[in-house]
Design a protein around this ligand. Structure first.
Ligand SMILES: Nc1ncnc2c1ncn2[C@@H]1O[C@H](COP(=O)(O)OP(=O)(O)OP(=O)(O)O)[C@@H](O)[C@H]1O
Ligand SMILES: O=P(O)(O)OC[C@H]1O[C@H](OP(=O)(O)OP(=O)(O)O)[C@H](O)[C@@H]1O
Ligand SMILES: O=C(O)c1cccnc1
Length: 482
């Protein structure tokens, strides 16, 4: 996908650090950063990774154009022209590893690892987090909604209420990969090949002398796609009876009314009554669509009340992640080049033990029970530490939960971080959105339901190898004693 002119989509402090490194001659030093979040959103038991497709496009287009350099030359920092010349040559020459989109991910897991020159690895922080944080958040919200909707159809309706165009488009993509079935956003449909669906607005009904005439004319214009919004005046006394009249006339002509949409009032009561009226009129095939500020809680509640809804239109609450506006993902330095060219692990200390970073370049594995094919836990280790072959025992340790310390006897493992760029070259074949959607469903199958439930889910654990823990412990002690 083409996207240009994104190199200045970064914070000024990144440019200033790049400059200071350049002035100090440290700009070519190799460093390693990891991106991760610390807390699951919405009280969910997992998050759904998303954002990689856009990150790949961003990295591929990372270059300072003439106009960017002119803009930088006008800044109060008075950057040296030699620095701007250096920026002119800048391309991403590093390596980037990432979990695949659609993967179920958990707190403190490296979702993206960037290895490269200080200049490049620092520059990309802001955009990477921006894409990862938003898309992962929306995919997670969508996955929760899908969780309660089951096999009902889910339509994304949020564009008009989204935080502007990019959020609407990429949020729609995130919603689709996590289980939504269609969108009302035509540009998202065209760009990402997402099925599009649409009914009509109240303005359609209001623009005619009567509701009957509005319904009639809509059906004449779009005979294959007739979904009528029935709440403009009075749902049960006007909208539904008029829709039924038209439905019967259409049937006599060998056509069919597809659905009616309810957009206000008590959606449980109204959908139950509407279903009764449609069935009694001999129109059992006419579906019921519901919309109006829905989210996973209202949908679940409506289902408990016996609502007879076939299809849900979800806008505001999904696209704005209304109950939690950010994922809070961070990008932390975990290793830097030492004097002899070797990588030295780095740590960030915090008074809050949860915020102390996990030092060093780490790989991450999902450990799976070979008998049940269900995920047991995730595991961090250094790349040189080969996972013990199947059948042999693996020591699991989590410093936050030392009492969970245990030996794992039988397991399979899957590497979660895949190489995306190696030395600047794209080596990852981006899957289609349909493939990602399927992969997300398979990911859900890999987990026991207790991790997936919406309320008070079980905590899925992340363990670290003894060596990762020893390194962390050693660095913590070193810094504490300074
Ligand atoms: N049976 C129900 N149980 C729980 N929540 C419901 C039920 N029916 C509708 N809702 C939700 O309650 C909220 C009702 O919104 P609101 O109070 O604005 O009423 P409204 O019907 O939209 O009124 P208006 O006619 O002004 O649009 C919406 O979020 C809707 O999804
Ligand atoms: O409630 P959401 O989950 O955000 O879903 C989108 C909402 O947008 C439309 O209303 P709007 O009042 O904007 O347009 P209308 O005039 O067609 O009702 C639609 O009728 C939904 O209620
Ligand atoms: O097609 C619809 O019914 C629709 C589209 C966007 C927002 N609300 C409703």
């Amino acid at each position: 996908m083409q996207s240009t002119g994104v190199v200045l989509h970064t914070d000024k402090y990144q440019i200033n650090m790049m400059y200071a490194h350049w002035i100090n001659g440290t700009h070519n030093k190799k460093v390693v950063f990891e991106a991760y979040f610390r807390k699951l959103p919405f009280g969910n038991g997992y998050a759904v990774s998303a954002g990689l497709a856009r990150i790949v496009a961003y990295i591929q287009n990372l270059r300072f154009e003439e106009s960017d350099l002119v803009y930088l030359s006008e800044q109060e920092e008075n950057y040296d022209p030699g620095f701007l010349e250096e920026l002119k040559q800048l391309r991403f020459t590093g390596s980037l590893y990432s979990v695949k989109e659609g993967t179920l991910v958990f707190p403190n897991e490296p979702l993206i690892r960037v290895e490269g020159r200080m200049m490049e690895a620092q520059l990309v922080e802001t955009a990477l987090l921006n894409y990862m944080n938003y898309q992962t958040l929306i995919a997670t919200k969508a996955s929760r909604i899908k969780n309660v909707a089951g096999s009902d159809i889910l339509m994304e309706f949020g564009t008009r209420r989204a935080q502007e165009a990019d959020a609407a488009l990429w949020g729609t993509r995130a919603a689709y990969l996590a289980g939504f079935d269609a969108t009302s956003n035509m540009l998202a449909g065209k760009m990402f090949d997402i099925p599009t669906k649409g009914t009509h607005a109240h303005s359609w009904v209001q623009s005619f002398d009567s509701e009957e005439e509005a319904f009639d004319r809509f059906a004449q214009a779009l005979p294959g796609q007739v979904t009528l919004l029935v709440d403009t005046y009075d749902t049960l006394n006007s909208g539904v009876p008029h829709a039924i009249e038209l439905g019967k006339r259409l049937e006599a002509e060998g056509k069919r009314l597809s659905a009616v949409r309810l957009d206000s009032g008590d959606l449980a009561y109204l959908s139950i009554k509407t279903r009764e009226m449609l069935d009694k009129a001999g129109l059992p095939y006419v579906k019921i669509v519901a919309s109006n500020d829905l989210d996973e809680h209202t949908i679940m509640n409506l289902k408990v009340q016996g609502a007879r809804v076939d299809s849900w239109g979800v806008g505001t609450q999904l696209i704005t992640a209304a109950d939690q506006p950010t994922l809070g993902g961070v990008y932390k330095l975990v290793a830097r080049e030492g004097a002899d060219g070797e990588y030295l692990p780095t740590i960030k200390i915090s008074g809050n033990p949860e915020k102390v970073t996990n030092p060093g370049i780490k790989d991450m594995y999902r450990l799976i029970d070979p008998e049940t094919n269900k995920a047991i836990a995730d595991y961090l280790c250094f790349p040189h530490e080969e996972l013990v072959p199947k059948g042999e025992s693996l020591h699991l340790f989590n410093p936050s939960h030392p009492y969970l310390n245990k030996q794992l006897k039988k397991y399979k493992s899957e590497a979660l971080l895949v190489p995306v760029f190696l030395d600047g070259e794209l080596v990852y074949k981006l899957p289609s959105l349909e493939e990602i959607r399927l992969y997300h469903r398979q990911q859900l199958d890999l987990f026991w339901p207790e991790y997936l439930r919406m309320l008070n889910p079980e905590h899925y654990r992340l363990y670290m190898s003894d060596e990762v823990w020893e390194t962390k412990n050693r660095l913590m002690k070193e810094y504490m004693s300074k």
